[in-house]
Design a protein around this ligand. Sequence first.
Ligand code: GLV
Ligand code: MG
Length: 281
Amino acid sequence: MAPSLHAIATALMVPGDRPDRFDKARQRCGHAMIIDLEDAVPPDGKATARAQVAGYLAAGPARDGPLVGVRINALTDPNALDDLMTLRSTIDVLDFIAVPMVESGRDVQIARAAFAPSDLPLMPIIETIAGLDHARSIAAALDGRGAIGFGAADYSAEAGMAMTRDALLPARIRLVEAGARGGVPCFDVPYLQIGDDEGLAAEAAYVRDLGFAGKLAIHPSQVQPIIEAFQPSAEAVAQAERIIDAFEQAGRVAIQVDGRMIDKPVYDQALAVRARAGQTQ
Ligand code: GLV
Ligand code: MG
């Protein structure tokens, strides 16, 4: 099966200037890892990190495990051009590129053009007010391939907000709506409090209910709690199966299941639960 960002619940970020951690991150990332050339690498370390990442990729990490992505520098940063040109030669071992600070569908097209004719999936990170304003055209430009990431740290800094649930709610909803319209999944910002597994699980469940498909991770210890939060419970899957069976047997007309009225949108949601259960394991 072609690698897909539609089938993952998390991606573990690893600093691009720490090649000693790449393999370990890959073993512990669960679904995907993102080697970061942007904020995790100081300006004077960019060239070295880029070469190290290219060397790692050229050595060819096994293709049958988790997805491997790289977060390049923002397209407005001169480093981005070097990142794109360097990564072009490693395209065979890359599953996706995360592009920070994306503000328009055109940014998506520019990043995609750098890899043409290959159609490498992209994960534009929306993390500015302008990016949010254009979230729908960014999602649409992905043509159903790729995913959207939410960079809540940069966004809240620009907007002068605290990084609280209340403050971020409108932005999160706009992103999820854009992703749904464009047919691409949305991934929430990493939980910054490393070691607070309870807080992480609560936040992952909260954004799952908002419609996010997953949440990025910044520490291997965060991977399992996130995967579990996005994995529908056995009870939810069993209920979805009952709804699907009953609705189909009734000839797709409104019926009652477990005392609850079931019609087409409820059936569609049950299908989505079943699909997610089959994907995010
Ligand atoms: C991630 O890049 C963020 O800004 O939160
Ligand atoms: Mg950011």
